[in-house]
Design a protein around this ligand. Structure first.
Ligand code: HSE
Length: 425
């Protein structure tokens, strides 16, 4: 089988290395010799992490997708324009395509998967979600007997690294982000990581595989971690929670919720203890109960592991799905984000004077919200106090109406911070 690889950077270089290092095991599993015959790069003279002596290297990626000797194209360059043109050309030329490109699949997957079906080739993308964790194969194959009740994951390593460093070392958000970029975790545009766009791409893919619906990136409500402060991190710790950036997909009363946002989860839960750049995805099936998948969400060889597993599936013909993982797609109405019910954490900066807490809780009560716990601390030079409140379970719309009203009190000194609280047990 001849493989053409588009991009010999971190992931592409990792694929070449893993195929070389593990060639005996992969041959034993497939009975087929896998040859990376061609590779496309931006610049032939750039340094690479892999040996490329046996690969015909070109700077013209279209040479590869148009080459009749190539059976499978690996798209590992990223982006949604040039990469899309290459994938379309490869599929039109009758080649199977494997990609790690979550942005491409989340935004153009419906069109690309439909084209692949028409051309009778496979378009596979295990590496697009949670790097090396075989979460799509687990949902499609291992959990195929289940109605999926919940998918909740830490699916952006950069965000998890930032939140972990802020909590464990009291570091500053901007400072940790710079380190994540230097370590190669972050996307080319790091706002994709910190504003939740990367996690939203991955969640849209997870939801379509879990629930058998089309990819619906435009229905993911998305909030990043850039507004999480040191105060939020230390209040969360004091209240026995950890702040994690979660992607959550679940069906409630026949409606699909897809949301990406920072979330306080009880410290004792497994997801709360997934730290640093690691990813983890919790899947609850109605037959199997809760299952948890943990591993490296990024990195050369971890991502290569998922890319090569797709290649092995193509060689062995072990692909279980048609398009989107399901033979027959379903349509699920969206849940209006303001109808989502959740517990919430509120943080307020207020003048420290008698009656402030009473006014805040009275406003909450007016909107049918009760207080489960409250902490007040850090009275500063200006006689201000930080107040953290955990509410009961309420509709998002009620919570927002209450905070808009609280915000109008003259003793409130800055915008009220709102963070979801989830008990995933
Ligand atoms: N920027 C991504 C992350 C890389 O931090 O998780 C893997 O998709």
């Amino acid at each position: 089988m001849n493989i053409g690889i588009l991009g010999l950077g971190t992931v592409g270089g990792g694929v070449v290395n893993v195929l070389n290092n593990n060639k005996d095991e992969i041959f034993a599993r497939t009975g087929e010799k896998i040859n990376i015959t061609h590779g496309a790069v931006k610049s032939i003279s750039e340094p690479r992490i892999c040996a490329d002596g046996d690969i015909n290297i070109t700077e013209d990626a279209f040479e590869i997708v148009n080459n009749t000797d190539i059976d499978v194209v690996l798209e590992l360059i990223g982006g949604t324009t040039f990469a899309k043109d290459l994938v379309v050309a490869a599929i039109n030329n009758g080649k199977h395509v494997i990609t790690a490109n979550k942005a491409l699949i989340a935004t153009h997957g419906n069109e690309l998967l439909t084209l692949a079906k028409q051309k009778n080739v496979h378009l596979l993308f295990e590496a697009a979600v949670a790097g090396g964790i075989p979460i799509l194969k687990s949902l499609e194959q291992g959990l195929s007997a289940n109605k999926i009740e919940l998918v909740a994951g830490i699916i952006n390593g950069t965000g998890n690294f930032i939140l972990t460093e802020m909590r464990d070392k009291g570091r500053d958000f901007a400072d940790v982000l710079k380190e994540a970029q230097a370590l190669g975790y972050a996307e080319a545009d790091p706002t994709f990581d910190v504003e939740g766009i990367d996690a939203a791409h991955k969640l849209a893919i997870l939801a379509s595989i879990a629930y058998g619906c089309e990819l619906q990136m435009n229905r993911v409500s998305t909030e990043g971690i850039s507004e999480i402060s040191g105060e939020d991190v230390s209040f969360a710790t004091e209240l026995n929670y950890s702040i994690k950036h979660l992607g959550i997909a679940k069906k409630v009363n026949g409606e699909l919720q897809m949301r990406v946002h920072p979330t306080l989860i009880p410290k004792t839960q497994l997801l709360a203890n997934v730290n640093g750049v690691m990813n983890a995805v919790l899947v609850k099936g109605n037959a199997v109960g809760p299952t948890l998948y943990y591993g490296a969400g990024a990195g050369a060889e971890a991502t290569a592991s998922a890319v090569i597993a797709d290649l092995v599936d193509i060689i062995k013909g072990t692909i279980s799905h048609d398009v989107f993982g399901w033979k027959k797609l379903v349509e699920i109405p969206s849940c209006n984000p303001s109808d989502v019910e959740s517990v919430f954490y509120l943080r307020l900066l207020a003048t420290d004077k008698p009656g402030v807490l009473a006014d805040i809780t009275a406003t909450l009560a007016k909107h049918n919200i009760s207080v489960e716990s409250v902490i007040q601390k850090q009275i500063d030079q200006q006689n201000n106090a930080h107040i953290a409140i955990i509410t009961n379970r309420v509709k998002t719309a009620n919570l927002h109406a209450a905070t808009v009203e609280i915000q109008t009190h003259e003793f409130i000194q800055e915008t009220v911070k709102i963070i979801h609280v989830e008990n995933l047990d």
